[in-house]
Every structure is written in C-alpha cells, then in structure tokens.
Design a protein around this ligand. Structure first.
Ligand SMILES: N[C@@H](CCC(=O)N[C@@H](CS)C(=O)NCC(=O)O)C(=O)O
Length: 240
C-alpha cells in the first residue's frame, strides 16, 4: 500500500477481511478530523489516499459524493467527517472522546455546528479574496472571539482539562490559520489577540494525535498554491 494518491483508472487496492480502511487526502482538513480520532484512539487501520481531481471509479462506487473522509470495513461504508468520528467513537469505545452527559454533548454539537457555519466557510472566503471580503473577515473575527470566550469558560481544552472530540473537530483549520497571515494578520490568535484560543492552539500542538497528523505551514502553503493553480499536488514529499 502506498501513501501516494490513487488516480482514476488505477486498480482497486484489495481489502483485507475485518480491516478498517480510511479513504483520505493528505491535505484535507475534514479527513484530518478522522485521522485525529484514529490516532488518538489508536485504532488499527490502513489509509488509501485518493486523487480528488481524477477520482478512481472504485472510490465513487463506494461514496457517490466522491468525498473524503470515507471509511470502509467489510460491507460497511461511512462518510461525512463528523459522522465518521462519532461512528469510530461508538465502535471503538476505549478512551471515549464524546461526553457521556447528554447536555454537554448537545453543547459541543452546537459549537461544532456554529463553527461549521461561521468559521469554516469564512476562513476559505478570506483566503480566496485575499482579505478583501470585509464581511467575511468581520464574521470570522466575531466567531474567533466567541471561541476564545468559550474555551476560557471550559478549561485548557474545549473538552475541559482533557482533550476531547470537540477539540479534534475544530483543530484542522487552526493548524492552517497561518495561511491567512498576509490576507488578514489581525485574525491570527496570539498572546495578545484571542489569547485563550492561542493558549489552546499551543496545548493542541503538544498532543500526540496532532503531532502525528500535522503538516507544517510551508507544506500547507505549497499545497494551497498547487490547488489555486488548478493542479493540486496531493503527493508533496512523496515524489520519489
Ligand atoms: N462535509 C464533508 C466535507 C468533506 C470535503 O469537503 N472533502 C473534500 C476534500 S478537503 C473533498 O472530498 N472534495 C472532493 C469533492 O468535493 O469533489 C465532511 O465533513 O466530510
């Protein structure tokens, strides 16, 4: 099995009975959510990276939406990042990442939903417009302010004193927030701007699961540039 992305026309890498497989793309933040959960819970699995521009036919047969992350195990296929993560937490109950308390669980789900509608789309809008979309910048600023207040109420992590599912669901775009440094320098958390959120990013960087799935900013930048140029390089660093 190779880490290189499988393109359209490639042969299907055979499944092994009982073995969990993740279809992924190395730079996809949504797939990173699932990779973080797999790493944190130490779930044995294999990864098949797919070329999302020229998708293999066998990938589309499994997920007609053609999106990563997608999980497969025997006759089961599960996709959508949040659904894959909850599924893994349910099927592999060791070291549970989701709160047992229903109200706390609902609060986390509300925050992840808010993040998905206010932060993620505006993060991409600010990047795409190189900071010229003032409304997107303002909405993102307000959302980061809310996250800063929220984490200061909750503890070291959004999950409290221990890292939890919610932290991993938020993390991938914070790993990439430095990509906004020229478009919107005021948005970057620091010791003076969104300080609690900044402290959280520093704590997250110490987490083994984060370390295991992390790419540095230069590598993210190379990927984003290749994507903007219409030729996404899914195999950065694997060329040889
Ligand atoms: N809502 C999906 C979004 C996943 C997503 O957008 N993945 C991108 C890669 S970062 C993808 O698979 N894109 C392929 C496509 O849209 O054709 C989730 O949470 O899993």
């Amino acid at each position: 099995m190779t880490e290189k992305s499988y393109p359209k026309g490639s042969a299907f890498p055979p499944l092994t009975k009982g073995k969990l497989r993740l279809y992924s793309m190395r730079f996809c933040p949504f797939a990173q959510r699932t990779r973080l959960v797999l790493a944190q819970k130490r779930i044995p699995h294999e990864t098949v990276n797919v070329d999302l521009k020229e998708k293999p036919e066998w990938f589309l047969e499994r997920n007609p939406l053609g999106m990563v992350p997608t999980l497969e195990q025997d006759d089961k296929v599960v996709y959508e990042s949040l659904i894959t993560c909850d599924y893994l937490d349910d099927v592999y109950p060791q070291n549970r990442l989701t709160p047992a308390d229903p109200y706390r669980k609902a609060q986390d789900a509300m925050l992840v939903d808010y993040y998905g509608s206010k932060c993620i789309p505006n993060y991409y809008k600010v990047m795409r417009t190189e900071g010229k979309d003032e409304e997107a910048k303002e909405t993102l600023t307000k959302a980061l302010q809310k996250l800063d207040e929220e984490v200061s109420k909750r503890g070291k992590f959004f999950g409290g004193e221990q890292v939890a599912m919610i932290d991993f669901m938020l993390w991938p775009w914070f790993e990439r927030i430095g990509l906004l440094k020229s478009a919107a320098p005021d948005l970057l958390p620091s010791a003076t701007k969104f300080p609690k959120l900044f402290a959280w990013t520093q704590a997250m960087l110490q987490e083994p699961a984060v370390k295991a799935t992390l790419f540095d900013l230069d590598t993210h930048m190379i990927f984003v540039q290749s994507y903007k140029d219409g030729k996404p390089n899914y195999d950065i660093g694997l060329e040889r």
